[in-house]
Design a protein around this ligand. Structure first.
Ligand code: IVH
Length: 640
């Protein structure tokens, strides 16, 4: 085999591994339990795109073939008159096919020159660009007729979105009226949560003893997807409007900067102060770079800049892809990155036995906090980056919570050894299993797994057992030898009262909380049992469909036995609006685990302990109709 064949093979393998990682993290994200930051997800996606381009992956086989779906059940769906696409972007970590870094300036220049060529604009002839902030919110499409707001719709899958008119109205997030505007028009923009209002909301939550929201963007999205909008008027969600993709019966300006000024005249919220009309790519880049310093003072989150051709007459001339138009490109700010020393690598055991490498670092201050531990994701990633103990590594937080090791200083001292993949569990020494890119401890009695599982079972998104947090679970496992969730419900006052820092009163409270948890219903039990690949949405769908554990288990047995009717129920013919792509594999794994002896035993014992295994949803809708498990770059906040 020639060396170029070998290189090609290595790239194909890397691509395969990236697809698995992206699918995995996509599902984790959708299940409400992301394991990596958005920035780390973007980096993986960028590398995927690069390799998919280089290897000529066909357009419809690519993960980024379509923008993602954000449909929420209970919301009416509306077809967009003009599809709402994503943006192509220039990004700090890009490499060319030879692995050479490509600067932001070079990427932008290439994009700009290509547009000149597409439009046959001679060198020297002007092609102005408008640079706008890229608001980190949720996109919205607004319909105004005779100046009055008629409808507000989310991006959804780009073709159809959810009708959020009531929510947007109640929140006073967009103008009810566009002054002096006749005819009909669609205006697009971004809903966002200004920092001061977001922080005030979080302060209220904290004062009420509730968990604060993680960030304004997700918070805003959650607010706009509230089924009952009452109360939204006080939360302070706002918008910026920036585009008019369709209109009838009115004359609009012919440049993007004039459209924004026109919107401002009509009383729409716009970011006039933050605009820059650039003469060329270099000028646009300079403005983007300078804008990073202004971010702090804006009072709202932006995740980059958008660079658009200013003259609207070109937009229809440029073809674009099904994913993004060619008249604009996004610029991503480089996240704050610090160098520090990797002191050691710890291997953590998760609730499902997954072994995760975690970097133990010399403490370093990054984006507002001191970081001494950072995620290394998984062993495939660790090997891909060739991270070794003793290396100087680069750490980023990229505005999110979990710090990441994003790379290493390759001028490392001699003698550093690659970190070996574990062959046994660091806690219980069981020989490990490998599944796709992950390594698992297969021993359900592994003490780390037991602790993690019980903690998860008791957590807010699962059985929500008040007062049963990390330290108490640790004590119950160590001192009362708890191994399985049903044992929680058999605890008596005397079992609890003797534990460290546990008085009679707290013990009673915990027993009350356990009593309350018994009625959470089948969905929460399924979530709590941490079945592989079974996220919140899917647990809810199973609950709604089967109504109780008995019917679910009967079905699982039929499915695993190869009953064709059962298999068809999960994955009907492709294209029928059912979970596609991953569905069969996911379903195989979920039903096999549900059908296992261990799972049947736990469910039986939970029922015997008085835990309800009946669904809390009585309106048995057809569960498999919601096609939302499509695996593509469908993060609600995918920045592309
Ligand atoms: S123009 C084809 N301008 O970014 C989409 N988008 O990553 C053209 N966004 O879905 C949109 N600020 O929700 C545009 N000043 C801005 C923006 C902006 C934020 C969002 C928008 C879009 C996403 C694409």
């Amino acid at each position: 085999m020639g060396s170029s064949d070998q290189a090609e093979d290595a790239r194909a393998l890397e691509l395969e591994s990236l697809v698995k990682q992206l699918r995995y993290h996509e599902l984790a994200y959708r299940a409400g339990a992301p394991e990596i930051t958005d920035a780390a997800f973007d980096d993986l996606f960028d590398r995927y795109r690069e390799l998919a381009d280089a290897l000529g992956v066909s357009a419809d086989a690519r993960l980024d073939a379509k923008p993602g779906a954000d449909h929420t059940e209970g919301f009416a769906q509306v077809e967009h008159r003009v599809p709402m696409l994503s943006l192509e972007k220039v990004t700090p970590n890009r490499r060319d096919s030879h692995g050479e870094a490509v600067s932001l300036g070079e990427q932008l220049e290439t994009w700009y020159e290509r547009r000149r060529k597409d439009l046959s604009i001679d060198e020297g002839a002007p092609l102005p660009l408008l640079v706008e902030p890229k608001i980190d919110g949720i996109s919205v499409s607004l319909l105004y007729v005779s100046g009055q707001l008629e409808r507000a719709v989310t991006r959804g899958d780009g073709r159809r979105g959810d009708d959020i008119t009531r929510q947007v109205r109640q929140a006073h997030a967009v103008p009810e009226e566009l002054r002096g505007v006749s005819g009909a028009l669609e205006v697009r923009g971004e809903l966002y949560w200004p920092h001061h209002a977001f922080e005030a909301h979080n302060a209220k939550l904290k004062a009420a003893g509730e968990k604060p929201l993680v960030n304004p963007r997700n918070g805003c999205s959650g607010m706009m997807k509230r089924k009952h909008p009452a109360g939204l008027e006080d939360v302070g969600i706002r918008s910026f409007l920036y585009q008019i993709p369709w209109s009838e019966g009115l004359t609009l300006p012919d440049t993007q900067h004039a459209v924004i000024a026109w919107l401002a005249d009509a009383g729409a919220p716009v970011y006039l102060d933050a605009l820059h009309l650039a003469s060329d790519a270099e000028d646009a880049l300079k403005h983007c770079e300078g804008f990073d310093a202004r971010r702090e003072a804006l009072g709202y989150d932006i995740d980059g800049m958008v660079i658009k051709l200013d003259e609207l007459r070109w937009y229809d001339r440029l073809e674009g892809t099904g994913h993004h138009p060619h008249w604009a490109i996004a610029y991503k700010f480089p996240p704050e990155r610090k160098a520090t020393k990797l002191l050691s690598i710890a291997v953590q055991v998760g609730k499902s036995g997954k072994l995760t490498p975690v970097a133990e670092l010399e403490p370093v201050f990054v984006a507002g906090t001191t970081v001494s531990r950072a995620s290394l994701h998984n062993f495939v990633e660790l090997e891909r980056k060739d991270v070794r103990v003793g290396d100087t590594v680069f750490v980023e937080k990229a505005g999110e919570i979990i710090p990441q090791v994003v790379g290493i200083d390759t001028t490392r001292p001699r003698g550093l050894e690659p970190f070996p993949r574990p062959t046994e569990c660091p806690t219980c020494s069981a020989p490990v299993l490998s599944e796709e890119i992950f390594i698992y401890c297969p021993n359900p009695a592994c003490p780390d797994q037991i602790r993690e599982r019980l903690e998860h079972f008791a957590s807010r998104g699962a059985m929500d057992i008040d007062g049963l947090g990390e330290s108490l679970v640790g004590l119950l496992v160590a001192e009362r030898e708890l191994t399985s969730p049903e044992q929680l419900f058999r605890l008596r006052l005397e079992d609890l009262a003797g534990l460290e820092r546990m008085g009679e009163r707290s013990a009673k409270n915990l027993l009350d909380a356990l009593e309350r948890a018994k009625t959470r219903g089948l969905e929460r039990v399924l979530i709590g049992l941490a079945v592989h690949h079974l996220g919140t949405t899917m647990a809810e769908e199973l609950g709604r469909h089967f109504q109780n554990a008995q019917r679910l288990l009967e079905f699982a047995a039929r499915y695993v036995a190869g009953d064709e009717a059962a298999i068809a129920e999960v994955a009907p013919a492709k294209g029928s609006g059912v979970i596609e792509g991953m569905a069969k594999k996911t379903a195989d794994s979920i039903f096999e685990e549900l059908n296992s002896e261990a799972m049947r035993r736990v469910l039986r014992e939970l029922a015997e302990a008085g835990v309800s295994l009946v669904s809390t949803q009585t309106d048995a809708l057809e569960p498999w109709k919601a096609s939302r498990a499509r695996v593509s770059c469908s993060r609600a906040h995918c920045p592309t």
